[in-house]
Design a binder for this molecule. Structure first.
Ligand code: BTN
Length: 254
């Protein structure tokens, strides 16, 4: 991987053949002082984790499991935007390496034909005044040709979508390069204002009907796009636009 890396992200890589979870390992490394841009990669995970406490399918030899350590000088409230930045980077990396025009399902899934190719799990350590570190965990289904029964309806891989095997190291390097560029844009603005149009262009929800599953009540509307904070703007009736905050809701296409 290092031989393909051009910038600061992924310049230092810690590689494992097997590990419980690259996110857990990256958090430990960050606690020990690892610098921003350090990447943990593993060929497989024995306890890969997804959002909402779900397990993440992590067999050996096929997919990408990686976690990037970042130390942004931003307020903790802004950290969730990094996940949208990561989604853009994965979109670009996939496009560059395979030619596949995947889509971003707000806020941070990468999908193809309605099925999930990649999930992102961002975790942070922070106090009121600032962030100690952020770990961005990225899992991409690359060369898997069959999924366990439970996820067969909802998961896909680059191999299944393109019919071709992908060199994982190339894809990791392409994502790191794109991530670094988008991240610099994000940090220099302090929000996503410079990335709204490119994000909305790749977001599958843009212009579509969505159902928002909210604890205080579900509702339906048209997804207009994101704003500079990464919130999803949903028009529930002409002139009434709600701001949906990631992490608090679940979005369904209808
Ligand atoms: C999701 O639920 O969509 C997020 C999945 C995130 C999986 C990745 S794989 C690498 C990193 N290590 C983990 O344990 N999880 C993330």
């Amino acid at each position: 991987i290092e031989s393909c890396i051009v910038g600061r992200f992924g310049r230092e890589v810690e590689y494992h053949e097997v590990i419980d979870s690259t996110n857990i390992r990256a958090r430990r490394l960050a606690e020990e002082g690892a610098s921003s841009g350090t990447l943990v990669v593993s060929d497989c995970q024995s306890a890969g984790r997804g959002r909402r406490g779900r397990a993440w399918v992590s067999p050996s030899g096929k997919n990408i499991f990686m976690s990037l350590i970042l130390r942004p000088d931003i307020l903790p409230a802004s950290a969730s935007m990094i996940t949208l930045v990561a989604a853009l980077a994965v979109y670009d990396g996939i496009k560059d390496v395979t030619g596949l025009n995947a889509g971003i399902k707000w806020p941070n899934d990468i999908v193809a034909n309605g099925k999930k190719l990649c999930g992102i799990l961002t975790e942070m350590s922070a106090e009121l005044e600032g962030i100690h570190y952020v770990v961005v965990g990225i899992g991409i289904n690359v060369n898997m040709d069959e999924f366990p029964e439970e996820v067969r309806q909802t998961a896909t891989s680059l191999l299944l979508e393109t019919g071709e095997k992908v060199r994982r190291s190339r894809l990791v390097a392409a994502i790191m390069e794109a991530f670094e560029q988008y991240y610099e844009e994000f940090i220099s603005q302090g929000d996503l204002s410079g990335l709204i149009s490119v994000y909305n262009k790749h977001m599958v929800n843009t212009g579509k009907e969505v159902k928002i599953l909210d604890r205080s009540g579900d509702y339906i509307g048209t997804a207009l796009g994101i704003n500079e904070k990464g919130e999803l703007l949903v028009e529930v009736q002409p002139g009434e636009v709600r701001h949906v905050i990631s992490g608090e809701v679940s979005v369904r296409g209808i």
